[in-house]
Design a protein around this ligand. Structure first.
Ligand code: ADP
Ligand code: ADP
Ligand code: MG
Length: 649
């Protein structure tokens, strides 16, 4: 086994790899950008090396810097995690040329699967069922449009270099083909520097079921059963589980066998995933699954497989890379219970899942779950850390395991409700709504479920007067004596000379609410709002609340209500944002402008496309109006800068 390895990644996956390395007695080296100098993965590692400035292209994607860091620290092998350089065969070759071991498959295997079109041709030859489609070299619009008609609409255009759901467009009619192709190409070019595409049949009632495979350098290949990742939004996984609901023994055997065949066809070594698309129109049937792609790395959702098999996949990766034989044979690998993983992101589901940033002023996870269910929290951040615009805005993965699917689902709900975040907007209420969805609960999940129910799944309760009262009570504490251990000593003290009333003003959304607090008795406070008077126990001031700069947050189950305190700084900021303008929610590039100064627009009309975090975000008119000013195409904009300003009506 290696004495020391370098982890060429950041965030939760870097931390997760280090945990196993440490348990195995392997020393760890972290690499980091300037933005991550104080990050958890750096703190966890035995040694850390700075590799460049914040942008990934100047740090986590610079192969030479990472290899230099490994050589300088005496690391013998490099674990790439997922994303970044994990599926880059040139990196693998450079690592090996430097005399180091790449913890993953060979460059040759990665290359064979790296481009979806070539991979599909290869799998077809190996006898693995492949989605019908055009996987050839020709890229002219007329050829592709012709192939689409031959395949039959609806079709899916996919970037051949694609990943993370990017560069993919569904096309329902021949008329839409040309625009969809242009848009897919634009996104593919920006994300992968390769705008070539393939066209394939769009599978009806699609379910995404993938098989975890593992190979060693001695010709052994096994599978670790399937994961279901059908709960997706824009082709990105949201909640994953193992095993797949409704899976029959016959179908499982057919899929796992096809996966092992696929891995053997490229003499695969290390952890890999064969992704299949399944037509679930008539339930799961062994003749209705097709190879989609292979991910030649550890997958984000690998923990659900670990939970149901009891196998540590990172340990197996290290062993396979060190030349050992796989620890278990196929018949020794068993399934036990049911596991779910939910990806908690800094994003705003109510604004079409716009990625968010911010400092996690409050971050709390449950310690245990009811009913003896197992919980694993995979995270790369701590309270006080920031979600920056530079990297994937994932905050944590909640992984639960229980005896059966209903208990595991209940455990997932409890884990989400016990997760409290303030300082950035998070998707936990959406995840909880999805987990509670009747179709999801019944295992009737196809990849369109979220889109069909988006409005219901993203609906949020408005704060009610009782929430505001609790916020006022919590805020009164800091307003009276900042930093006091028990602010209620102070307020109770006032009661000795005259009826105390402390006014607290805060913002409920844009609206300013005036309140006052007084002591009802030694243990209760009276909070006066326009809507009525509330008497709350003083203990409510700390229970399920978080105070953070300029704000107070109230937690109730999976929901959080955040209120800005009315201080002059907050007021100035609110005034600046409140104007009749659309501001950039994050730094980005203005890709397309669809309106001009002086034009009259209707509510909901797309005005421009902002590319941020490698995704396109369409900004629409919030109301009818006339445009006074609009950003220029190609402009790089800072967060908060005005993209569109409306004429005063
Ligand atoms: P998974 O099935 O593991 O979720 P994805 O394809 O969605 O696989 O990608 C896994 C992770 O890698 C995600 O965090 C995604 O943002 C990132 N990722 C995927 N493709 C790329 C790429 N080409 N460059 C950088 N990051 C990528
Ligand atoms: P990526 O590399 O971005 O992960 P995939 O080829 O794995 O690309 O596809 C991502 C997702 O898109 C799948 O999980 C599935 O939901 C959907 N998808 C892909 N191919 C098809 C298809 N032929 N029909 C229907 N949905 C598809
Ligand atoms: Mg995929």
């Amino acid at each position: 086994m290696f004495a020391k390895i370098l982890i060429a990644n950041r965030g939760e996956i870097a931390c997760r790899v280090m945990r196993t390395a440490r348990r195995m007695g392997v020393a760890t080296v972290a690499v980091h950008s300037d933005a991550d100098a104080g990050a958890l993965h750096v703190a966890m590692a035995d040694e850390a090396v700075r590799i460049g400035p914040a942008p990934a292209a100047e740090s986590y994607l610079v192969a030479e810097r990472i290899i230099e860091a490994a050589l300088a620290t005496g690391a013998q092998a490099i674990h790439p995690g997922y994303g970044f350089l994990s599926e880059n065969p040139d990196f693998v070759e450079a690592v090996e040329a430097a005399g180091l071991v790449f913890i993953g498959p060979s460059a040759k295997a990665i290359r064979a699967m790296g481009l979806k079109d070539a991979a599909k041709r290869l799998m077809d030859r190996a006898g693995v069922p492949v989605v019908p489609g055009y996987h050839g070299e020709a890229q002219e619009l007329v050829v592709l449009a012709g192939k689409a008609s031959e395949i039959g609409f609806p079709v899916l255009i996919k970037a051949r270099a694609g990943g993370g759901g990017k560069g993919m467009r569904r096309v329902d009619t021949p008329e839409e083909f040309s625009d969809a192709l242009a848009s897919a190409r634009r996104e593919a070019k920006a994300a992968f520097g390769d705008d070539r595409v393939l066209v394939e049949k769009l599978i009806a009632t699609p379910r995404h079921i993938e098989v975890q495979v593992f190979g060693d350098n001695h010709g052994n290949v096994v599978h670790l059963f399937e994961r279901d990742c059908s709960a997706q939004r824009r082709h990105q996984k949201v909640i994953e589980e193992a095993p797949a609901p409704g899976m029959s023994q016959e179908m499982r055997e057919a899929m796992c066998e096809a996966a092992v065949t696929a891995a053997r066809a490229i003499s695969y070594s290390g952890a890999g995933t064969i992704e299949f698309i399944v037509d679930a129109t008539e339930g799961l049937r062994p003749d209705r699954f097709w190879f989609m792609e292979m991910n030649t790395r550890l997958q984000v959702e690998h923990p659900v497989t670990e939970m149901v098999t009891g196998i540590d996949l990172v340990e197996w990766q290290l062993r396979a890379a060190a030349g050992e034989v796989l620890p278990l044979a196929q018949e020794e690998i068993n399934l036990s219970g049911h596991a779910f993983e939910a990806r908690i992101y800094a994003e705003d589901p109510t604004r079409d899942f716009l990625p968010a940033i911010g400092t996690l002023h409050h971050l709390g996870f449950p310690e245990t779950l009811p009913g003896g269910a197992e919980l694993r929290v995979e995270t790369g951040v701590r309270q006080g850390d920031a979600i920056s615009p530079f990297y994937d805005p994932m905050i944590a993965k909640l992984v639960v395991h229980a005896a059966d699917r209903p208990s595991a689902l209940a455990a997932l709900g409890a884990a989400l409700a016990g997760t409290k975040v303030a300082g950035s907007i998070v998707n936990t209420p959406f995840l909880a709504a999805l987990a509670a969805d009747p179709d999801f609960a019944a295992g009737n999940v196809d990849t369109g479920l979220i889109a069909r129910s988006q409005a219901t799944l993203t609906a949020l309760p408005s704060p009610e007067p009782r929430h505001i009262a609790r916020a006022v009570l919590a805020a009164a504490g800091i307003a009276i004596r900042p930093g006091a251990a028990d602010p209620w000593d102070t307020l109770a003290g006032y009661a000795h000379f005259h009826a105390p009333a402390k006014s607290i003003d805060l913002f409920v959304g844009e609206e300013r609410v005036a309140a006052s607090v007084s002591m009802a008795d030694a243990r209760h406070a009276r909070i006066q709002l326009e809507e009525g008077t509330f008497t709350l126990p003083l203990s409510d001031a700390s229970n399920e609340t978080a105070l953070w700069p300029g704000h107070v947050s109230i937690f109730e189950g999976v929901h959080a209500h955040h209120f800005a305190l009315d201080d002059p700084f907050v007021r100035a900021e609110t005034a600046a944002i409140g104007g009749d303008a659309i501001r950039a929610p994050m730094p980005g590039l203005v890709k397309i402008v669809r309106a001009s100064a002086g034009s009259r627009v209707e509510k909901g009309q797309p005005l421009l496309v902002l590319e941020a975090m490698k995704m396109e975000h369409t900004m629409t008119a919030p109301h009818d109006g006339t445009i006074a000013e609009i950003a220029n195409e190609g402009a790089q904009v800072a967060e908060g800068s005005v993209l569109v300003r409306f004429e005063e009506e």
